[in-house]
Design a protein around this ligand. Sequence first.
Ligand SMILES: [Mg+2]
Length: 301
Amino acid sequence: MTSKPLYALLLDVDGPVASPVTRTLAIDSIAADLVAMARAGVPFVFNTGRSDVFVARTVMPSLVAAGLPDDAVVLAVCEKGSTWFVPKPEHLDGAGDDLEVDERLRVPTGLVEFCRSIAPDFEDAMFFDATKKAMVSFEALHGIDLETYGRRQHEIEQRIWDFLAEQEIGVAWEDRTALNDSDDVALRIDPTIISTDVEHIGTGKQVGADKAVAYLAGLGITPREWRTLGDSRSDYAMADRLHERGFVVRHGDVRPADGLLERTYPVEVTPDPALTNDAAGAAFLTRWRADVKRGEVSAAF
Ligand SMILES: [Mg+2]
């Protein structure tokens, strides 16, 4: 059976869906609108740097509570494309054995052990995310002053950079790259305002876009258009890939203060500049829900 929903949604989680402050689904309409669209046959794919555990514990319970139907088409691509699963209500604490891991995109075990070992030196500012299966993440302590965090974050990243030099593993860190006597850059140290990720260079939001397309194709679903939503510049990679592959896509940027990127496909922001992060994400979802109800795409708020 094939179906042709108006939209398929590809959604970054932290920022447009989960509040970067509470790190939960803090706005009720987000789950309500996603559930309403799911009932109308709109598939959605979460595309996050978070682990399966975060999606299972923090995102899915809100959707289930809002009445997510059993036949909803939902996929969660986690850890920037290196793991994924089809979330179900029974995944209360993570995907368990249902988690798929792309072994080619997993960071070396020695790096994971090193990072775990230095975590106590930085426990005043951040914690090691033990739920990650393919990458390493340090997350800012909740409530920490972000300037203090930024300083400590730079220090830990320097420690990791130095370790990778000793290990002769090529690495990229912001605008620096070092081959470290290896043949190629294998890893990336990626700081955000509330975390540091150390990840395989092949990961990224474009991987989730490919997985989303493949998943829907396997179910015979061909959306008329894609809608992507993110708060970071790296999130544009989802729409870039969909556009490259010939799909019709519009990207919603919920934190335009970072500066909108110029693209040949439409990039949208909410008309009210006071709306950012999940408040802006909620506005996009409400608009798209109305489009789905009407059966017509919209090009503006
Ligand atoms: Mg984000």
